[in-house]
Every structure is written in structure tokens, then in C-alpha cells.
Design a protein around this ligand. Structure first.
Ligand code: NAI
Ligand code: MG
Length: 354
């Protein structure tokens, strides 16, 4: 069986980390010997934008529809406003392919230490389920009275019953397969229309999952829990904006953005899902060959799992842990001196020599 993968390396460190990710995926595929991956490289990024005035071709979404998976580095360049690069590439893909779950594991890999000092923080393993298609990241809004003293900007959040129910059911059934707990991020004391509705729809879904323990936290209080008692977290369910913020915090407590993977998932598999590191294009370190490729490699493993290959996926994660535990080959963000490529090569070696 062959899976066709669209690779979008993107900008900055995106191409640097994706190259290592593809190298590891190829090694894992060869070892498994039961399926094949076929990669097509799509040069859709900010330099494409500078040449064509758009981040991807007009029929970009149609082209992507033919693939089984999308593997993305990151987009964003100082020469192009971020709202253009993100709004014209990543958000249209997430929406068009109903990738309504943004799954962001926050697991402390063997060999890594949490910056949190207490001993319970030695064994962190939770996962953030971020709603990925609606909520605060809507395109409804605009500027009023530009250039006058009463100029203003308005941005409307959109929460639909359909949208909340499907992501809530995903989080609840994921919790059932894990430790049976969901922490819901809300802010019903401040956002008086949308957040009480979010809570209400989630409460109506939870009756289908009597075995799952659901707690609601205001997002500000929940953020303290991430730092003070992260070991109590299992599945965190959050809106698009809150999930975005919490997942960087989640990444920080388990080793940083260099090791934080993500999947933009269409659970029904009607459309391709997209896998990408949580981090962005990191212009501050781009071109130096020092970016940590682990987040991208782990995102690739999540793609393998989604495509129906859990064993090779687990082997890749084990290989990453072997490299981290040996401790010799690490990039600077983890206190080492290795290059991006050296880490990719070390993961391939660890895969081949467990
Ligand atoms: P960023 O994640 O690119 O960088 C934040 C900090 O983390 C920087 O100091 C960077 O050097 C460091 N860092 C990130 N990834 C790393 C890695 N793999 N290894 C070592 N260090 C790493 O976030 P920032 O600076 O807010 O955004 C930069 C650009 O990326 C912007 O244009 C932004 O819009 C874009 N971006 C794109 C995303 C995407 O494509 N999904 C997600 C987040 C940001
Ligand atoms: Mg983010």
C-alpha cells in the first residue's frame, strides 16, 4: 500500500527540519517493509507569495485533496505579514479538510527534563485537543471609521453546536483510551455569550461518556495548573485561541518548542490530515543548521500512526528517546552543539540499531 504525502517545507527552519523528518520517515518505512510513502514537494511559502502574490496556487486545495497526508514545516517570513502567510496557507487547509482537531501531545520524553523542578514533573504525559476550524480565529470582522479618532477593529468569534460537539466527542473518546480525564478550558466569566455556550454543549456531550471525568477551568486558572500541577492533566480540551496559547505552554513544560509535535486531524479520514511541529519558522535561527528537528520528526511519527501504522510510529518515538537519553547529539535549545542534520542522522541510526 502506497500513501501519497504532500510535503510543504515552508519558510525559515521549516525546510531544514522537514528534510530530517522525511529522512526518518523513509528509514522507518524501509524498516517496516509493509507500506510505501511517496513524497511530492510543494514550494508554497513566502517566496512563492513574493513571486505570485499568493501563498499557494489558486487550485492549491484541490491539488492537496488527492493526498493521504500533508507534512508541513512552518510558514512565516519577516518580509510578509504573518496574517497573510498563516491566513492564506495554514488556515485554509485546516478548514477545507475539516481538520477540526489540533492534537498536541505534551509528553516528557525519556532523556528530557522538565524546567519544572518538583518531582511529579518527571513523568508528564498529557495531550491538548485544540478546536481547529472555528472559534476566535474567524474571518468575520474588520475596521470601522479608519483614520478617525473613533477608529476601531472588531473580530467576531464563531461557535457552532456542530463544531463544538465533534471536537468534544473526540476529546472525550480520547480520554477514555487514556486516563479518563478531560480538563476543559473555558472563560465563561469574561466571554458571556460564547463560552457559556461552549460549556453547555460540552456538558450535553459528556452524558455519552459517563466513565470520563470532566472538569471545567477558566483558562487563566488552568494555565497555573500547567505549571504547578501538570501531572494531574490527561486530556485538555480548548478553543482555537486558548488551545494555541496553552499548547506553547504545554510545550515549554516538556522541553520546549524544539520537541513539540502537532497533528491537524480530520478524524473521519474523509480528507487528508496535516502534521507539523508546533513551532514556527524561527527566523532568528534560520539558515544556521541549528534548529531542533525532533518536533518535526515526531510530527511525522504522528502521521504514520494516523495512516494506520502505529508500530513504526512508536519505533520513531523510541528512536528519538534513545538519542535524547544518550544525550550526546542534541541541538542548542537542549544544551548541545549538534546540527539539525546530525540529530536527524542520529535518529535514523537509533531506528536501525535499537
Ligand atoms: P517560533 O516558533 O518560530 O520561534 C519562537 C522561538 O523558539 C524562537 O526563539 C526560535 O528560535 C525558537 N524555536 C522555534 N522552533 C525551534 C526549533 N525547532 N529548534 C530550536 N529553536 C526553536 O515563533 P515566532 O518567533 O513567534 O514566529 C516566527 C514566525 O513563524 C512568524 O512568522 C510566525 O507567524 C510563524 N509561525 C508559523 C507557524 C506555523 O507555520 N504553523 C506557527 C507559529 C509561528
Ligand atoms: Mg501557536
Amino acid at each position: 500500500r502506497t500513501h501519497r504525502i504532500a510535503v510543504i517545507p515552508g519558510d525559515g527552519i521549516g525546510p531544514e527540519v522537514v528534510r530530517e523528518g522525511v529522512k526518518v520517515l523513509e528509514a522507518a518505512t524501509t524498516r517496516a517493509g509493509t507500506f510505501r510513502l511517496e513524497f511530492d514537494w510543494l514550494p508554497w511559502n513566502c517566496s512563492y507569495y513574493r513571486r505570485h502574490g499568493r501563498m499557494m496556487p489558486k487550485d492549491g486545495i484541490e491539488q492537496l485533496r488527492a493526498y493521504d497526508g500533508i507534512y508541513l514545516g512552518a510558514v512565516g517570513d519577516p518580509s510578509v505579514p504573518d496574517h497573510v502567510s498563516v491566513w492564506q496557507l495554514i488556515l485554509p487547509i485546516r478548514k477545507a479538510f475539516q481538520q477540526y482537531v489540533n492534537l498536541r501531545p505534551a509528553k516528557l520524553l525519556a532523556g528530557l527534563e522538565s524546567p519544572l523542578r518538583h518531582k511529579e514533573a518527571r513523568d508528564l504525559d498529557f495531550v491538548i485537543v485544540r478546536e481547529n476550524t472555528e472559534g476566535e480565529y474567524s474571518d468575520i470582522g474588520g475596521r470601522l471609521h479608519p483614520g478617525t479618532p473613533v477608529e476601531m477593529a472588531v473580530q467576531t468569534s464563531v461557535f457552532t453546536r456542530y463544531g463544538i460537539e465533534r471536537v468534544a466527542r473526540y476529546a472525550l473518546s480520547l480520554a477514555r483510551r487514556r486516563r479518563g480525564r478531560v480538563a476543559v478550558a473555558t472563560k465563561s466569566n469574561g466571554l458571556a455569550h460564547t463560552m457559556p455556550y461552549w460549556d453547555e454543549v460540552i456538558r450535553s456531550c459528556r452524558v455519552e461518556f459517563p466513565d470520563v471525568d470532566v472538569s471545567f477551568y477558566h483558562v487563566d486558572a488552568l494555565s497555573t495548573l500547567f505549571v504547578l500541577r501538570p501531572e494531574t492533566l490527561d486530556v485538555v480540551l480548548a478553543t482555537n485561541l486558548f488551545g494555541d496559547i496553552l499548547s506553547d505552554l504545554g510545550a515549554a513544560v516538556v522541553g520546549g518548542l524544539g520537541v513539540a509535535p502537532a497533528g491537524n486531524i480530520n478524524p473521519e479520514k474523509r480528507f487528508p490530515s496535516m502534521f507539523e511541529p508546533v513551532h514556527g519558522s524561527a527566523p532568528d535561527i534560520a539558515g544556521k543548521g541549528i534548529a531542533n528537528p525532533i518536533a518535526a520528526i515526531w510530527s511525522g511519527a504522528m502521521m504514520l500512526e494516523h495512516l494506520g501504522h502505529p508500530e513504526p510510529a512508536a519505533e520513531v518515538v523510541r528512536a528519538i528517546e534513545q538519542v535524547l537519553a544518550e544525550g550526546r547529539v542534541r541541538t542548542r535549545d537542549l544544551g548541545g552543539t549538534a546540527s539539525t542534520e546530525e540529530v536527524g542522522d542520529a535518529v535514523v541510526r537509533a531506528l536501525e540499531h535499537p
